[in-house]
Design a protein around this ligand. Structure first.
Ligand SMILES: Cc1cc2nc3c(=O)[nH]c(=O)nc-3n(C[C@H](O)[C@H](O)[C@H](O)COP(=O)(O)OP(=O)(O)OC[C@H]3O[C@@H](n4cnc5c(N)ncnc54)[C@H](O)[C@@H]3O)c2cc1C
Length: 392
């Protein structure tokens, strides 16, 4: 690479919640360091979890924006490069190459942080490469998708995980007709014990969501009146708009091309250091010893620790158990899953919508929980009793 056209003490790639929280934390310890942030999008600051219950909160995509990139740059005294894609990292020269309005620039860094997030897993119909469905993983995606929604539309959601269910609840509440398809037997199949999956399905069915569980979409074709999805179980669903919510893949391409260790995500140690001593990663793109944790609580804990590390007081990430609220008002739910591969059984107590499920190991240790209805009040107390995900 050529010589850098500018240099920064710290360069953060990504202005999602991970990148922005890190910049905010860094400024608590160091007001003077030059910090550059680079993003391929418009750099607007917003809370991503609010997207999937925007209707319930009476929010439009515009009113979800908390700050423009320029306001963030001023508040945090950082330089923000928007609509700019980082193309490659030169580890030996400690510089990176980017395109976009910055036009083929090279920036030198003291330390580099990858906060590059994740990309929706592409929706594929077996045997066809021509069918694609929109997915929402950013405010821009959401604004585009929502702008296309017509009144009273029939919406097909593929995927009954957290995001799929939250959108289903939000859309049906404001009058859309929603059908959800998922290959698992019950919604949130990886997170809930069967009994609670059934209660979730019933609660959403009661407010008008139609489920097609245990099956997949095998084809989509236009029809005179919208589109039709063909399912493996022989059913047909007529719809006007579709949304794919089948999971995310960490953005690891830049790291991989730079020769950093990548598994599911960009591998980092307890200090969020990658296999290069001057490159760190956090948020949806990173993989700690606790795995890839694509949620807000972990990225905030990571940002707090990394800010200390980058300002000369190395701090390992300390991550308690992680309760995540499922934003389905039809059945308020909090999940705190056991570690992947943990051995044990679910014990479910309670009545109606108010349930408490504990995941208990063969030797009686409580490793995870799910709370629904009024039981969700116990989330903080129970979380403290669960094993930590990462201990400092
Ligand atoms: C609809 C929805 C609802 C959610 N609800 C919840 C919830 O209730 N609770 C919860 O805990 N979590 C929730 N999550 C997950 C949570 O929002 C994410 O874990 C978090 O926002 C990820 O932030 P991030 O900064 O790591 O990644 P992202 O927000 O994906 O940001 C990635 C950034 O990297 C930039 N970038 C990537 N590659 C490049 C490149 N080569 N060059 C330049 N820029 C690049 C992008 O432009 C972007 O700025 C939800 C997610 C979604 C989609």
């Amino acid at each position: 690479m050529d010589a850098p056209s500018c240099n920064a003490d710290i360069v953060i790639i990504g202005t999602g919640m991970a990148g922005v929280t890190l910049a905010r934390e860094l400024r608590k310890f160091d007001q003077d360091a030059t910090i550059h942030m680079i993003t391929s999008d418009d750099g607007q600051v917003y809370s991503k979890p609010m997207i999937s219950n925007a209707f319930a909160q009476g929010k439009s995509p515009d009113t979800l924006v908390q700050k423009t990139a320029q306001q963030m740059a001023e508040d945090l005294n950082v330089r923000v490069w928007t609509h700019t894609q980082v193309q490659s990292i030169d580890r030996a020269a400690r510089s990176l190459h980017m395109d976009g309005p910055g036009g083929g620039r090279i920036i030198g860094y003291g330390d580099l942080v990858l906060a590059t997030g994740a990309t929706p897993r592409p929706f594929e119909v077996e045997g066809s490469t021509s069918v694609s469905l929109p997915a929402v993983n950013s405010l821009t995606d959401y604004a585009r998708w929502r702008a296309g929604l017509t009144e009273d539309a029939r919406v097909l959601i593929v995927g009954a995980g957290l995001i799929g269910l939250e959108f289903a609840n939000d859309l049906v509440n404001v009058g859309y007709r929603v059908e959800v398809v998922d290959p698992m037997a019950k919604p949130l199949g990886r997170l809930l014990p069967d009994k609670l999956g059934r209660i979730m399905q019933d609660a959403l069915t009661d407010i008008g969501v139609t489920f097609h569980m245990g099956t997949t979409v095998t084809g989509i074709a236009p029809s005179v009146n919208g589109n039709v999805a063909r399912l493996a179980n022989g059913e047909r669903i007529a719809f006007d708009h579709a949304l794919s919510a089948i999971g995310l893949l960490p953005n690891t391409g830049l790291a991989q091309d730079a020769g950093l260790t990548v598994k599911r995500g960009i591998r980092v140690d307890a200090y969020l250091r990658t296999s290069d001593a001057h490159i760190y990663a956090l948020g949806d793109c990173a993989e700690t010893d606790a795995g890839v944790l694509p949620f807000i609580l972990p990225l905030m804990a990571e940002a707090r620790a990394l800010a200390k590390t980058l300002t000369g007081a190395p701090a390992p990430v300390d991550l308690p158990a992680l309760p995540v609220a499922v934003k389905t008002p039809a059945l308020p739910t909090v999940v705190c899953p056991p570690a992947p591969g943990a051995k044990g059984d679910w014990i479910v107590e309670g009545d109606g919508h108010d349930r408490r499920a504990l995941f208990v190991s063969p030797d009686g240790e409580e490793l995870g929980f799910v709370l629904t209805g009024t039981e969700t009040k116990a989330r903080q107390t129970l979380a403290k009793e669960m094993p930590r995900l990462l201990a400092a």
